[in-house]
Design a protein around this ligand. Structure first.
Ligand SMILES: NC(=O)c1ccc[n+]([C@@H]2O[C@H](COP(=O)([O-])OP(=O)(O)OC[C@H]3O[C@@H](n4cnc5c(N)ncnc54)[C@H](O)[C@@H]3O)[C@@H](O)[C@H]2O)c1
Length: 445
């Protein structure tokens, strides 16, 4: 079976979810591009969008329509080439309309798993629950009329474990898109001990066609991205616990969030990132890692308490941020959740006092937004961190320790052979988390 054969009948499981909808969008466009090639005119391409939630599938179609229009508007030159034989398509608007039709017509939504049984390729993006994933994949494997390949979007579950439990004989690979899949360039590719080589080659071709950057991660729970993020988050939480004794919990959350954003020039503070990913999702990932990496304690009682109180973060359907550890107004943190009081404390009540305790930022400090695309980024970062290392206020000291810990986590991922190289860890943080610099750097010694 060649590349096009494999993509003739595809299923996305969990298609109504955050990741599944993006994977569906990218796959639908790749399949439509193939279907429009003259040599593929005789083929019948089908993309099954399967989800247990009917309402999620309904919103999926709106999402798909809007996103394909957006994507088409950006590639009218390429589309003109693809439709060069269609003399009836004159205006850009005609071509865009036709392309949207050609993408959407491939998609069949269903809440029934049976719909997937004729697929040669299955993308799995259901909840991060190992038992559920094994159950669903086993059912497809048993009932399938084909011998499908499985791409799992798991954030943390070792691929060899899914392979063994579903008895797939190497017909599975970890293809870990970042959120949102249509925007984020990075994909972590994880082969299990047994993953078939032709499946890996296919995955590389598919990633290339989608213009993704591939980083190979070894098959260790959490892989590179979450291997770094979860430990980085736990460090932030431990710093809050330490600092709380002096300044109070809400104040400490605010301060560590600020240190990890402004002093370290990151796109968001560590607690914003935890909220963005979802507190429940982080807890799931940690529990998978914790049960498989027994020499470490990858668990946070704070996240347990927040989950128990139904404080979960994540996003609304329109992409806006739900309240989590932090409360948001127009995307900006305005409060911190007090577990004891069961309510949000406005940041305005303690911001001035906490900012004074942290002390000034380096004089050369710029926000992440002004640094990330700046042609002088290297010099800006060098000046910022040289100054930060010399300062002796609380904010600078906390930031330097944070940067050192982040570097230590990254180096350990290489030492533990989760990542093949230091550069791979840096690439994951630069492209998957949009950091302005890799964690393995000369700034923190
Ligand atoms: N959210 C992220 O930032 C992120 C990033 C990378 C990878 N991931 C991984 O992607 C996967 C999906 O995560 P998500 O954030 O998109 O979750 P989500 O909750 O947004 O989506 C999951 C979808 O699966 C559906 N579903 C649940 N049970 C199902 C079943 N039995 N059959 C079919 N559909 C079912 C749900 O209705 C939901 O629409 C997880 O493995 C997660 O770890 C998530």
């Amino acid at each position: 079976m060649d590349y096009v054969d494999r993509l003739e009948n595809v299923t996305v499981l969990g298609a109504g979810g955050k990741m599944g909808s993006g994977i569906l969008l990218l796959t639908a466009m790749e399949m439509a591009n193939l279907s429009l090639m003259p040599e593929n005119k005789h083929r019948k391409f089908v993309l099954n969008a399967i989800d247990v939630s009917d309402s999620a599938l309904l919103s999926l179609m709106d999402f798909l329509q809007a996103q394909v229009v957006k994507a088409a508007e950006k590639k009218t030159v390429q589309l003109r080439q693809m439709y060069k034989d269609r003399k009836d398509l004159i205006e850009n608007g005609d071509i865009i309309k036709q392309y949207v039709f050609d993408v959407i017509k491939l998609v069949r939504c269903s809440t029934r798993l049976e719909q997937s049984y004729d697929s040669s390729l299955i993308f799995e993006a259901i909840l991060e629950n190992p038992d559920l994933k094994v159950k669903i994949l086993s059912q497809i494997k048993e009932k399938s009329s084909k011998t499908p390949w499985f791409f799992t979007n798991t954030s943390s579950i070792p691929i060899h474990e899914l392979d063994e439990n579903v008895k797939l004989d190497g017909r599975i690979v970890g293809f870990h898109f970042y959120n949102p899949p249509a925007v984020q360039k990075l994909v972590e590719l994880i082969s299990g001990s047994n993953t078939q080589e032709d499946l890996v080659q296919f995955a590389l071709q598919y990633a290339k066609n989608l213009r993704k950057i591939i980083v190979h991660s070894n098959d260790v729970a959490g892989f590179i991205g979450n291997g770094h993020f979860m430990r980085d988050g736990l460090y932030g939480i431990s710093e809050v616990e330490r600092l709380s004794e002096q300044v109070g919990f809400a104040e400490a959350v605010y301060m560590i969030n600020k240190v990890s954003q402004d002093y370290l020039i990151r796109p968001m503070g560590i607690f914003q990132l935890i909220d963005y990913v979802g507190i429940d999702v982080c807890q799931f990932i940690m529990s998978v890692m914790n049960s498989r990496l027994q020499s470490e304690n990858i668990h946070s009682p704070l996240l347990d308490k927040l989950n128990e109180k139904d404080v979960k973060g994540g996003q609304f359907g329109d992409g806006s941020q739900k309240d989590g550890i932090l409360k948001y107004e127009k995307g900006k943190p305005v409060g911190v959740y007090s577990v004891d009081k069961g309510e949000y404390i406005p940041i305005s009540e303690f911001q001035e006092k906490c900012d004074a305790k942290l002390g000034a930022l380096p004089k050369a400090a710029l926000p992440w937004k002004a640094v990330i695309g700046n042609p002088d980024k290297k010099t800006i970062l060098e000046n910022h961190f040289a100054e930060l290392n010399e300062m002796d206020n609380l904010g600078a000291k906390l930031a330097v320790e944070y940067g050192k810990r982040s570097k230590e986590i990254a180096l350990k991922l290489v030492a533990d052979k989760v990542a093949r190289t230091e550069e791979d860890v840096n690439t994951v943080l630069l492209t998957g988390f949009y950091h302005a610099y890799g964690p393995i750097n000369e700034y923190f010694i």
